[in-house]
Write a protein that binds this ligand. Structure first.
Ligand SMILES: [Zn+2]
Length: 193
């Protein structure tokens, strides 16, 4: 569990950083209040922020779920993490991530990926898939609708299987084992799983 917490902490931080970067609301001032204590301080990392062009060794002070300070001065924190020798950057967005399990997410997080999107193959029944992931995913996720599946689901030839598959997904859930045989019954050339 320790590893899990550590990973989550890293993800949290990176997500925060992305939020700040995307909103352009990063700290305008670098005047660290010496008396201030941050919840978490990331100390001595190489901070890279493409939006502002910052690429330098800095200390990062986090309060709650926001980056409150980026400074060359020493910052006080309830928890201080020495990240010297490491890069501190916005989380990466992987547009071509077939791995969508929490196990895959762990590896992606170690690579700095905080958003993994399955945009190539996509998934059929995206709404149900999102329901399956909601609140359980270690990092941000998303997928396109699988065009191959969308095509056969719309074909008259497979109307019966398509209806059966919809029923299974909607009543038993996206991961139902009952889905496999239905896919197989369509000839097996059109599965996306
Ligand atoms: Zn691929």
């Amino acid at each position: 569990m320790h590893l899990g917490r550590k990973i989550f902490g890293t993800i949290l931080f990176l997500s925060i950083f992305v939020f700040v970067a995307l909103n352009g609301s990063g700290p305008a001032s670098v005047s660290a209040e010496a008396s201030e204590t941050y919840d978490i301080v990331l100390k001595g990392g190489r901070v890279i922020d493409p939006e502002t062009g910052l690429d330098a060794v800095r200390n990062v002070g986090i309060r709650g779920d926001r980056i409150a300070e980026i400074s060359t001065s020493e910052l006080q924190g309830k928890e201080v993490v020495d990240v010297s020798g490491l890069v501190v950057s916005p989380g990466f967005i992987d547009l071509h991530a077939h791995g969508q399990t929490n196990q895959a997410n762990e590896y992606q997080a170690h690579d700095g990926v905080t958003t993994a999107l399955e945009l190539e193959g996509g998934y059929s029944f995206v709404r149900e898939w999102i329901e399956l992931k909601r609140g359980k995913s270690l990092i941000n996720y998303g997928a396109s609708a699988a065009h191959g599946d969308a095509r056969w689901l719309a074909m008259k030839k497979y109307a019966e299987q398509a209806a059966a598959l919809r029923r299974v997904v909607q009543t038993d859930g996206w991961e139902s084992e009952k889905a496999g045989p239905i896919f197989a019954a369509t000839g097996g050339q059109i599965t996306n799983r």
